[in-house]
Design a protein around this ligand. Structure first.
Ligand code: ASN
Ligand code: ZN
Length: 320
């Protein structure tokens, strides 16, 4: 149940100005250029050791190592989203360096946040061709933001929420960099990173979960978009990369109903909900409740945003 009276309360973890009734939380954003990233890009030299060789620090010119320069630019876009739209200074909210390693291991088919830094494989050239794609970089860095926002335990529903929120901010990073409104975006995560051996267009689709790829090697994209098809499995930490399709699709529906730039009202509501959640074991229902509460706080009870958001959650089978 959404407790409407919470809209009047002061959240203990945030200064009062950040939870004021300012429409869409605009005042909480840091002005363009008022904070700067501190990027430190390393070359893993195809070995497993992290972080590897420092090749580009903040302000340094291009290295000529294409992956290192791509990682530098992408980290700048993600930093800019969180700083300029949501008022957050880096992943920890306190200016921490953005440490990344490219060329992590040989033929490595993944990218990750290890609790302290980002690491990107090159892919083996068959299943994956790269991991340096903006929505993927945004996804990995969002895991850092989630960690420093109280965390979401990486298994079952809380883990799928961790994955979904990472996909949301990954996709928003890309949409903002491209200047695409909700209806113009493809809502794909990892578009173009699949190799020639895989039949598919991306790693995941928020618009149509379950349709990103269909392949003999990887199988069919296993993501559901409705609670009726929630997957119970011991694999993948309880299906964290599978059931994330459900909250992903709710965000897509919400942003699409509203129209305009998804990183604005919808992104601010998701970001504010993440800051307010205070429950590392949150279920989908807990998160849906928190996002609606955030919409009520940022845009007002009964606002278009709050009404559309409730409708989006209901459409994926989460009724609140
Ligand atoms: N690329 C994956 C992710 O960020 C790595 C993992 O399974 N943790 O979700
Ligand atoms: Zn992830």
């Amino acid at each position: 149940k959404v407790r409407e009276e919470r809209a009047e309360m002061t959240h203990p973890g945030l200064p009062p100005h950040e939870i004021s009734a300012t429409p869409l939380g605009r005042a909480a954003a840091l002005p363009d250029g008022s904070v700067k990233p501190n990027r430190q890009i390393h070359d893993g030299q195809y070995r497993a050791a992290l972080p590897g060789l420092l090749v580009r620090s903040e302000g340094d010119p291009n290295t000529g190592i294409a992956d290192a320069d791509t990682a530098y630019d992408a980290a700048g876009e993600v930093f800019s989203l969180f700083a300029e739209e949501y008022g957050r200074d880096s992943l920890d909210g306190d200016g921490m360096p953005l440490i990344a390693t490219v060329h992590h291991r040989r033929d490595y088919n993944n990218a990750f946040w290890d609790g302290r830094q980002m690491a990107y494989g090159t892919g083996d050239g068959r299943l994956f061709r790269t991991f340096l794609e903006l929505s993927v970089v945004g996804h990995e860095m969002a895991h850092g933001v989630i960690q420093y926002s109280g965390g979401l335990i990486y298994e079952n529903q809380s883990g799928a929420l961790n994955e979904s929120i990472a996909d949301v901010f990954g996709s928003l990073t890309l949409q903002r960099a491209l200047g695409q409104q909700a209806h113009e975006a493809d809502w794909l995560v990892g578009r173009g990173i699949l190799g020639p051996g895989i039949n598919g267009q991306a790693l995941r689709s928020m618009k149509a979960p379950g349709t990103a790829y269909s392949d003999n090697l990887l199988g069919q994209d296993p993501q559901p978009w409705h609670m009726d098809h929630f997957v119970t499995t011991p694999e993948d930490n309880g299906g964290v990369h599978i059931n994330s399709g459900i909250p992903n699709h709710a965000f897509y529906l919400f942003a699409s109903y509203l129209g305009g730039n998804a990183w604005e009202a919808p992104g601010r509501i998701w970001y504010h909900a993440l800051q307010s959640l205070n429950n590392p074991m949150a279920t989908f229902l807990d998160w849906a409740d928190q996002t609606i509460q955030s919409a009520n706080e940022l845009t007002g009870n009964g606002s278009t945003e709050a009404v559309m958001l409730r409708r989006a959650w209901k459409l994926v089978g989460i009724a609140i």
